[in-house]
Design a protein around this ligand. Structure first.
Ligand code: GLU
Length: 510
């Protein structure tokens, strides 16, 4: 029988969750769920220079927000203690809890483990001490660059005798440990996404695996963790593909079984350049702050490199559907285009489907940040009023942060040039007459009958042959805008008093 599936997400605490990281975490999660496995969240913090205060907590918060759940590893709080084997406080991050029997789940807490394994590699002849100074390495790099050679360590310290090594260690000369790479070998494996991948060891550098400060590098730590945590599938971004041969060699040196690898396609901008911070937002929280719904972000991110195939044109997927349909073998190899227009469209689809109470709850915080809303008259800030605005805007909205933006006249008093009221070649007199007709019709509607249907019915009863003659001046009187929802909709939101006031104001202007 196959081993139980165990998958890990291994972010580095650099401050925020990158959308690419979210995609990896999502695919990890979907694959694990689909296969009834265990999902582990571990923290790769061996590069202390990159650490940002609060970053681990922030990662957990973003994953939680997105609805991605894990079973083991680091948590900020543990709700289901009963079925967890062990709960410990993280030594590095006091607010973090570690749950599971294969911890620590934070790399900086297991330096002794990595060191032990690095020394074992040295003992077995698969790694060696390197005492080269930074100056020497810099010289070497320069010479190689001048000779148009790829930068590569020249294995100088591999020639040291045992006595020389002992002496240098006794003299406390700083050292690193490097992997010994036998050249002229071909390494081959089957990547779940990329198919057969082959590497020639001639192009591999004798990678540093333990740094002079005693910290392991990513390669060593990653392989040891994955082995100790019994990880069966390593699903990660394509940027890690060049690391794969080094990892394969480490597994071989240790005599460990290699997990199955899957390298996910790069995220690219529509112009095919690598998605980077310079071109726009890359942090998941930036998208949340702009008013994208988490369901829409998940849906969008799921499609960055995957679709169910078989001629399916489905674009909207709930998390449950994704779990059912996700298949690693259907992940594409080619770069996945991060098209913000598609995200807008997907978000719009989700907003359309929301009921008004939920939409109100989600949109209110965004509205509250807007100056035009803060300054609005009190009755325009009531739940009832805002919900009416939302009913009208809902179908056209792409982001929660856009509520009211295009239709400020719902919140502000209007001011506009008289000319805007003019429809075709109508004279001032005709315009006045037209507005009066509308006003009379609206005045007849009782306050408690002020519904969209009644408004539409009453106005259409008095509309002449040319609808524009009545509806254009009315719409402008109500909105002061060139473009807006229909006058029926606007009048309905504004309420009888305000609608009549605006029409009277327009009549006076003429
Ligand atoms: N720590 C790496 C990252 O930040 C993870 C690489 C891996 O999954 O092996 O993306």
């Amino acid at each position: 029988m196959d081993k139980k599936v165990r998958v890990r997400f291994a972010p580095s605490p650099t401050g925020y969750l990158h959308v690419g990281g979210l995609r990896t975490a999502l695919y990890d999660f979907l694959f694990t769920k689909k296969n009834g496995g265990t999902f582990v969240l571990k923290i790769e913090d061996t590069d202390q220079k990159r650490y940002v205060e609060g970053a681990v907590e922030n990662l957990i918060k973003s994953l939680d927000w997105a609805g991605i759940k894990w079973d083991e590893g680091v948590f900020t709080d543990v709700k289901t203690k009963e079925d967890k084997t062990e709960v410990a406080s993280s030594k590095t991050y006091p607010s973090i809890l570690e749950v599971g029997e294969y911890g620590p789940y934070v790399q900086s807490e297991k330096l002794d483990v990595y060191k032990k394994y690095a020394e074992k590699l040295v003992k077995d002849g698969n790694a060696y001490y390197c005492f080269c100074s930074l100056e020497r390495l810099e010289e070497l790099r320069k010479t190689q660059a001048a000779n148009k050679q790829a930068p590569m360590y020249d294995q100088c310290c591999l020639k040291l005798s045992e006595n020389e090594i002992k002496k240098k260690l006794a003299e406390k000369i700083p050292y690193v440990i490097r992997m010994k790479i036998k050249k002229g070998e071909i390494l081959e494996t089957n990547d779940a996404v990329r198919g057969k991948v082959r590497f020639n060891t001639d192009f591999l550098d004798d990678q540093i695996i333990l740094k002079s400060d005693g910290y392991p590098t990513y390669h060593l730590a990653s392989v040891i963790d994955d082995h100790e945590m019994k990880i069966t599938h390593v699903i990660r971004g394509e940027e890690w593909l060049p690391s794969l041969p080094k990892h394969m060699l480490l597994y071989k040196y240790f005599g460990w079984e290699t997990p199955k690898f899957a390298h996910l396609p790069l995220l690219v901008n529509p112009d095919r350049t690598k998605l980077s911070k310079r071109q726009g937002d890359v942090a998941v929280e930036d998208y949340a702050n702009k008013g994208y719904l988490k369901e829409a972000i998940i849906n969008f991110v799921a499609l960055l490199g995957w679709n169910p195939g078989e001629g399916s044109t489905q674009e909207i997927f709930s998390m449950e559907e994704l779990i059912k349909k996700f298949d690693l073998s259907k992940v594409h190899k080619a770069g996945a285009v991060f098209d913000i227009k598609k995200l807008d469209w997907i978000n719009g689809q989700y907003i359309k489907k929301m009921n008004i109470n939920d939409l109100y709850a989600e949109a209110l915080p965004f509205l509250k940040r807007k100056e035009f809303f803060k300054k609005a008259a009190e009755y325009r800030r009531t739940e009832e009023y805002i919900k009416k605005v939302l009913v009208i805007e809902k179908d056209r909205l792409t982001k929660l942060a856009d509520v009211g933006e295009e239709n400020r006249f719902f919140f502000e008093d209007v001011s506009y040039e008289k000319e805007l009221l003019r429809w075709k070649k109508m004279s001032d007199k005709d315009l006045q007459k037209s507005l009066k007709t509308s006003k009379d019709a609206l005045e007849k509607i009782p306050n408690d009958g002020w519904t969209l249907e009644n408004l539409e019915k009453s106005l259409l009863e008095v509309v002449g042959e040319r609808r524009g003659d009545l509806l254009w001046p009315l719409r402008v009187a109500l909105t002061g805008a060139q473009k807006s929802p229909s006058p029926f909709e606007v009048a309905w939101v504004l309420g009888k008093d305000q609608a009549l006031k605006r029409i009277t104001f327009a009549i006076k202007m003429l």
